[in-house]
Write a protein that binds this ligand. Structure first.
Ligand code: NAP
Ligand code: MG
Length: 517
């Protein structure tokens, strides 16, 4: 009997012992920089010589590793291998599949510091953020293992005399898994393992900004003994092999997390029936956010300000759940926004391998350029209260100052478009009703928070604040598996509620068998 699921604890790096372990893991990862990683299909390694280098965003001259990019022929081979393996893997008993995930979780727990170190180096996560990413990956493994066992039990049906009726959850087929770089282990592992534990096989196309941590994960799956061909690893450009994989007749479903633009493109492409295709493809698409925190005049302002700053600037604002819109009622606007800007200005930004730096760089050159462009747009759409420039003295990395822009119009571009960086737009609302209207006026609907001590407003927000994950009197980032099942409304995606009890259903279909006795 499995013990009940519990969340993996976060590491306390104020203990010298824990800090020393991570420092050592960073040093060991640094000793391996620049290694090459192959395409892996059906357990076989392929090198193409067409390399993708993954730079360290804290120091972009440093190459974390190089992956061989799969071409169309290898993408095709991956689909073949996944199709072939599906016919064996789907017959493996659910509890056996679940045990692979328990093993994967156990190995990740043992290798926690190593995985944390690679994320610090590859995407610029701070120690605490990278550690939380590994903990979430462990949680997904442990939780989905238990969920698969639950779904494999006898399902309740109303009895019919003279018949034996059963409902079985069976897998879908070959899934293409397309993760983002911002939770380079947790989201990539979560989508992949959900597909695998439910009996599907996977073609995993990692993000081009975090292929090394994905390669480490695939090595770890091999270590756990997962049979070859269940997960096939095909790094490469989204536009090139991504379209091929998504559009292919052998693909049964696509599990995507990333931007609205790419998600909508995948959804459209998947809706076209390819020659020879036998099913309607299923698309699970979790997309962008433009998340709002509301602070009213009854709120505990200290807690609210702290929550807003943590939500806006943790991991440089590069979370789909990050607060990019702060709406404050008029009576406390000046006070709150002044303090938010002061705290933002004090954030210690720098190389994340040093734990005293609370905020690191943004993840890539293209992210840097896009965010800096929005910073310029923001200068014309409001008053820059703090930030608005590159961090002086940190010229070798993509470091952007925490930026707060005052009195933005709710229709402005920086209010409506996802920036995905350390840029917070603030809005003055005449009262709570006006604040709620601003919060709801984007096409997204991922997370949101209300800080208030007004009972009716808290109740009203439960119904009228239209987001998939609403937080009352706490920050709008930091969802835990099976505590805060995660997914958004409207253009934030299909509301898959990752880390929740409905999630595995997205990777299965139900078969009803009725036998007349
Ligand atoms: P992205 O640019 O949309 O890329 C996501 C993935 O899609 C990458 O692996 C990318 O590969 C791939 N891709 C690009 N074009 C493709 C195509 N034509 N066909 C198939 N795949 C394609 O997003 P990102 O910059 O990695 O991640 C940030 C975004 O993710 C933000 O919008 C954020 O809000 C969102 N996000 C949402 C959630 C959520 O739960 N709702 C969670 C995390 C992040 P390449 O790297 O090779 O281009
Ligand atoms: Mg990188």
């Amino acid at each position: 009997m499995l013990p009940p699921f519990v969340n993996e604890p976060l590491t306390d790096f104020s203990h010298d012992h824990n800090a020393a372990i991570l420092r050592e893991a960073i040093a060991q990862a640094e000793a391996q920089l620049g290694r090459e990683y192959p395409v892996i299909i059906g357990g076989k390694r392929y090198t193409t010589g067409d390399m993708l280098a993954s730079p360290n965003p804290s120091n972009f001259a440093e190459v974390i590793g190089l992956v061989h990019k799969a071409d169309i022929a290898l993408a095709d081979k991956a689909l073949d291998e996944a199709t072939k393996t599906f016919h064996e893997w789907k017959r493996v008993a659910p509890e056996v599949r679940a045990r692979y995930l328990l093993k994967v979780a156990a190995i990740m727990r043992r290798k926690k510091a190593e995985l944390t170190a690679w994320m610090i180096l590859e995407v610029g996560k701070s120690w605490a953020e990278a550690d939380a990413d590994v903990a979430e990956a462990i949680d997904f493994s442990d939780f989905y293992a238990r969920e698969m066992i639950r779904y494999s039990q006898e399902q309740p049906l109303t009895p019919m005399p003279g018949e034996q009726n059963n409902l079985y959850y069976i897998p879908l087929g070959v899934g293409v898994v397309v993760p983002p770089w911002n939770f380079p282990l947790a989201i990539m592992a979560g989508m992949t393992l959900a597909a695998v534990v439910t009996g599907n096989t996977v073609v995993l196309k990692p993000s081009s900004d975090s292929p090394i941590i994905a390669a480490k994960f695939v090595e770890l799956l091999e270590e756990a003994g997962l049979p070859p061909g269940v997960v096939n690893f095909v790094p490469g450009s989204g536009g090139r092999i991504g379209d091929y994989l998504v559009g292919n007749a052998r693909t049964r479903f696509i599990a995507f997390t990333g931007s609205k633009e790419v998600g909508l493109h995948i959804n459209e492409l998947a809706a076209k029936t390819a020659e020879g295709q036998l099913w309607i493809k299923r698309v699970v698409a979790e997309m962008g956010g433009k998340d709002t925190i509301i602070i009213d005049e009854t709120a505990d302002l200290n807690a609210a300000i702290e929550g807003a700053v943590a939500s806006a600037f943790g991991f440089s604002g590069q979370k789909c759940s990050a607060c990019s819109r702060l709406v404050v009622v008029e009576a406390v606007y000046d006070e709150v926004v002044k303090q938010v800007a002061e705290r933002a200005a004090k954030i210690k930004v720098g190389q994340v391998k040093e734990p005293e730096n609370w905020m690191g760089p943004v993840a890539s050159k293209s992210a840097y350029e896009s965010i800096m462009n929005y910073v310029e747009v923001g200068k014309g759409e409001g008053h820059t209260l703090t930030g608005g420039a590159h961090v002086a003295g940190l010229e070798n990395g993509w470091f952007i100052q925490p930026t707060v822009i005052g009195e933005v119009d709710p229709q402005a571009r920086i209010s409506q478009e996802e920036i995905f960086g350390p840029v917070l737009a603030t809005f003055k609302a005449k009262d709570f009703a006006a604040a709620l209207a601003i919060a709801n006026n984007t096409q997204f609907g991922l997370t949101g928070a209300l800080y208030s001590n007004h009972r009716q407003r808290l109740e009203q927000a439960r119904y009228d604040f239209h987001v998939g994950n609403l937080y009352l009197n706490r920050k709008c980032t930091g969802a835990y598996v099976d505590v805060h099942p995660f997914g958004g409304f409207n253009m934030s995606g299909t509301d898959s509620k990752a880390g929740g009890r409905d999630y595995l259903l997205l990777f299965m279909q139900a078969k009803t068998v009725s036998e007349k006795l």
